[in-house]
Design a protein around this ligand. Structure first.
Ligand code: DGY
Length: 324
């Protein structure tokens, strides 16, 4: 098909060079505002387009695909996570779904590592104390955190991002433990000095810091349930840059408040933004979903999305098809 005739619609404002390239290549409808579309707006936007390029805020469920109209052939997600898309419903209608998984892994891992260091070392608390005039000068006993070197890091989901975190953590002297459905390539496991735990429960009982790096699916909803959080030692920390729904946030906040967990570093939340309880909890560093927020990652996500659309337009299989 002539790519110029391919109708592509965006649902959010993307970096300008990405928008310019999309407009160059395809018949593209841009989205001017930085606010997401309403469900009805989304349905209006998708009418009579070949490719919709959504982001993580857009809920593309069964009802959306029922209303999308017959022209829609591809959903080219700007982002790695696809838990907002009913991929089975799309595939049942012959709609190809792609994402941008590999390009943001290193920047996301940097942010996870930042949280792994910042929470035990009370970095944000220190900044706040200084800014609010509570720094009286160095003291032998003030603002003491905990050493990170020598601690055990338990990674739930050692995929691209998990592996990039493991490499960083190893360099900081943490030992690497991981839980996956199956062990990773033995060469990489050896290189990382990583220990595989078939049982998530057993791993949780032994590690000092848990990093959540699996996707959110029906099977991983509340994977860190209250029961599992209770398996952690009271001096353990939870770090999550994946999706909020994987942790029982209410239980996490209560346990931190009660001193049954040491703290948490979070970039994602069950309801999009942190609950009041979490905002009030001690020893938490809460970020506004910014693990992939670098100019470079967002540009590369755009480039990757364009490659997927271009390959599709040329009649090839796009490289980042989401396979169930
Ligand atoms: C993703 O890509 O799914 C991240 O959560 C945002 O970049």
């Amino acid at each position: 098909m002539d790519p110029k005739k391919l109708k592509v619609a965006l649902t959010r404002k993307l970096p300008s060079p990405v928008e310019a390239r999309l407009s160059d290549l395809f018949d593209t409808t841009l989205h001017d505002s930085d606010m997401p579309l309403s469900p009805q707006g989304l349905i209006e936007r998708v009418q009579d387009v070949d490719v919709l390029a959504p982001t993580l805020g857009d809920r593309l469920d069964q009802a959306f695909f029922d209303a999308a109209g017959p022209r829609l052939k591809m959903v080219a997600n700007f982002g790695a996570g696809t838990d907002h898309i009913d991929v089975a419903a799309a595939n049942a209608r012959g709609i190809t779904v792609t994402n941008t998984p590999s390009v943001l892994a290193e920047d996301a891992a940097d942010m996870a590592m930042t949280l792994i260091l910042a929470v035990p070392r009370r970095m944000v608390e220190g900044v706040r104390a200084l800014e609010s005039g509570n720094f009286q000068g160095w003291s032998p006993t003030w603002m003491l955190g905990h050493r990170v070197r020598g601690k055990k890091l338990g990674i739930i989901g050692l995929g691209r991002v998990g592996e990039a975190i493991a490499r960083r953590a190893k360099a900081f002297g943490l030992s690497i433990h991981y839980h996956n459905r199956s062990p990773i390539n033995p060469h990489i496991e050896e290189e990382l000095g990583a220990t595989y735990w078939d049982s998530l429960d057993q791993m949780l009982a032994r590690v000092d810091i848990v990093s959540i790096n699996c996707p959110h699916t029906p099977a991983t909803f509340h994977l860190l349930s209250r029961r599992r959080l209770e398996l952690l030692q009271p001096q353990a920390y939870v770090v999550n840059i994946s999706r909020g729904e994987i942790v029982d946030e209410e239980a996490l906040a209560s346990m931190i408040e009660e001193g049954r967990l040491a703290g948490a570093g979070l970039d994602v939340y069950e309801r999009g933004a942190p609950s009041e309880k979490l905002l009030r909890a001690p020893n938490v560093v809460l970020l506004p979903h910014m693990a992939s927020a670098t100019v470079e990652s967002r540009m590369e996500m755009g480039e990757r999305m364009i490659i997927n659309i271009k390959m599709f337009a040329d009649g090839h299989k796009p490289p980042d098809r989401v396979i169930l």
